[in-house]
Design a protein around this ligand. Structure first.
Ligand code: SF4
Length: 280
């Protein structure tokens, strides 16, 4: 079996591959590819199936991961949902939970919603994506992340080799705030227990929070997004232990394309962490 001649060559190859993937992800040119001939100009060996990855490269990546892992565990209490026993709390399946809560009228948002948005995707996925609240398209269709932001999220997932069906996607709030305003604290308090029940039933090992509100709610933090992103948190709730990351909301990326680069770095790290855990 062939081994790469030196580390520099491997790092160059990684750099070129990452750059190509980023350009695809950023939507600059969906058919972007580098001709083999031009790679030769960079003295890059073209990898073949079965080629060894040098140990040194793995060590460098390992060091990079460790520097991103937060020491503190985020432990979420169950107090707010266990004070008063309600019927939905005993749901043992996601479909049952959906049936029991989709007529919810605990906060004023039920008066203005068109549809309750439970979430979509696999009910036994290792990966959960959590956004803030349904927007107008989501409210109409009763599904999270549809429309332009939803399409971008699908592309982001595709770029890191996930499909929407493989993961579970939902929001902190299940009903749309009027005019897409930010969720109010009292709405989050009323609705969040449903999300925690979803987490309890799905038992994800990886959680990606999309946007400031999702990150702050899950981490019980007040930090701006820039301080929460790029890190891996250990999240514990009930008997769920998950790696949790925060990144930009796709709608924010549509408003500010400069945030595509940090988002790309975050989701790549998320995928690498996922692959690393799966290998062990
Ligand atoms: S937002 Fe949540 S708490 Fe408010 S009515 Fe909808 S489901 Fe109930």
């Amino acid at each position: 079996m062939k081994t790469y001649r030196n580390l520099t060559t491997e790092l160059k190859r990684n750099f070129i591959e990452d750059s190509i993937n980023y350009l695809k992800f950023a939507g600059k040119n969906k058919d972007f590819s580098v001709p083999v001939e031009s790679l030769k100009n960079y003295e890059i060996e073209i990898p073949k199936p079965g080629d060894d990855i040098p140990k040194k490269t793995e060590n460098i990546l390992e060091k990079e991961y460790k520097s991103k892992i937060e020491d503190s565990n985020i432990v979420r209490d169950t107090g707010s949902i266990s004070l008063i026993r309600e019927d939905w709390m005993d749901s043992d399946k996601m479909t049952v939970l959906d049936e029991k809560i989709n007529k919810c009228a605990k906060c004023p948002l039920h008066k203005t919603r068109t549809n309750f948005v439970f979430g979509t995707g696999s009910h036994d996925s290792d990966v959960m994506l959590i956004g803030e609240a349904p927007g107008s398209e989501e409210d109409i269709h009763g599904k999270p992340f549809v429309g332009r932001a939803g399409k971008l999220l699908t592309d982001i997932l595709k770029a890191i080799n996930f499909t929407r069906d493989e993961v579970f996607i939902c929001n902190i709030l299940k009903c749309r705030p009027p005019e897409n305003r930010n969720p109010l604290p009292e709405e989050i308090v009323k609705c969040e227990p449903y999300l925690m029940k979803q987490i309890e039933l799905i038992r994800p090992r990886f959680i990606l929070c999309l946007g400031t509100f999702a990150g702050q709610t899950m981490l019980r933090a007040r930090e701006p997004l820039g301080k929460m992103r790029g890190k891996i948190f250990n999240f514990k709730y009930s008997d769920v232990n998950a790696k949790l990351m925060v990144t930009y909301h796709p709608a924010a990326l549509l408003r500010n394309p400069n945030w595509k680069r940090p988002t790309w770095e975050d989701v790549q790290l998320f995928r690498k962490e996922y692959d690393k855990e799966k290998k062990n």
